[in-house]
Design a protein around this ligand. Structure first.
Ligand SMILES: *[C@@H]1O[C@H](CO)[C@@H](O)[C@H](O)[C@H]1NC(C)=O
Ligand SMILES: *[C@@H]1O[C@H](CO)[C@@H](O)[C@H](O)[C@H]1NC(C)=O
Ligand SMILES: *[C@@H]1O[C@H](CO)[C@@H](O)[C@H](O)[C@H]1NC(C)=O
Ligand SMILES: *[C@@H]1O[C@H](CO)[C@@H](O)[C@H](O)[C@H]1NC(C)=O
Ligand SMILES: *[C@@H]1O[C@H](CO)[C@@H](O)[C@H](O)[C@H]1NC(C)=O
Ligand SMILES: *[C@@H]1O[C@H](CO)[C@@H](O)[C@H](O)[C@H]1NC(C)=O
Length: 164
């Protein structure tokens, strides 16, 4: 029991320290034609340090980063990168708009996604969105020296187990 609790505490600690979210484009629909990716991206909050990942059948589709003109017109304007592995993890290192399209004609069939990457929230209470709680935890963890925070939780966990 004590072991399980400690494992849970350690796991929570690891998750809150890493903080980065992997945004899987299209969720369980993946990267395919005839999906409205504006609906998907509108439901995500992207922060610097997060990843966006594209899952698709390798060889059938691909991913190009272009600029706004390329995105609007389904062209290679401003091309800045391409990915073809079928499981592409793209780090979002800057706070800006990113534009991705499929490069083999299926952009016109909806295979395009535009996202806005936000700077990391400076103050935890200012953050919002689905992963706010996790980020609050991460901020709290880094505000304290890591080992002190961990020790405090471990003591609390042990106390919970030992309490009659
Ligand atoms: C996607 O959905 C949004 C919101 O309903 C809509 O404004 C937009 O036109 C749609 N895009 C496409 C390509 O259908
Ligand atoms: C966002 O996600 C929620 C929960 O999954 C869903 O109910 C809602 O319809 C989504 N909104 C859009 C714009 O896709
Ligand atoms: C591309 O789209 C933009 C709007 O974002 C438009 O002003 C421009 O004329 C288009 N360019 C081409 C080559 O179609
Ligand atoms: C995108 O890149 C093309 C080619 O480099 C350029 O002509 C165009 O102005 C760029 N569009 C934007 C919105 O920066
Ligand atoms: C794709 O990216 C590679 C570098 O990663 C580059 O050498 C190649 O020219 C790019 N292909 C296209 C079509 O832009
Ligand atoms: C964060 O909080 C501090 C102190 O409360 C404040 O001075 C600062 O302006 C805040 N920063 C942001 C980005 O809200």
């Amino acid at each position: 029991m004590a072991c399980l609790l400690l494992v849970a505490v350690l796991a929570g600690f690891a998750v809150s320290l890493s903080g980065a979210t992997d945004h899987i484009v299209g969720a369980n629909h993946g990267w395919n034609p005839n999906i409205n990716y504006s609906l998907w991206s509108g439901n995500q909050t992207f922060y610097v340090g997060d990843l966006i990942s594209f899952r698709y059948q390798k060889g059938t589709y691909n991913v190009f980063e272009v600029n706004e003109t390329g995105y609007d017109n389904c062209t290679m304007a401003g091309v800045a990168g391409n990915w073809t592995s079928g499981k592409d993890f793209i780090p979002l290192d800057e706070s800006r708009r990113y534009y991705f399209i499929c490069g083999n004609g299926l952009c016109q069939a909806g295979m395009k996604v535009a996202i806005t990457v936000h700077p990391l929230p400076q103050n935890a209470t200012k953050s919002h969105g689905g992963d706010a709680a996790e980020r609050d935890a991460a901020s709290a963890a880094t505000a304290l020296p890591g080992t002190a925070w961990l020790a405090a939780l471990a003591v609390a966990a042990a106390a919970a187990v030992l309490a009659p």
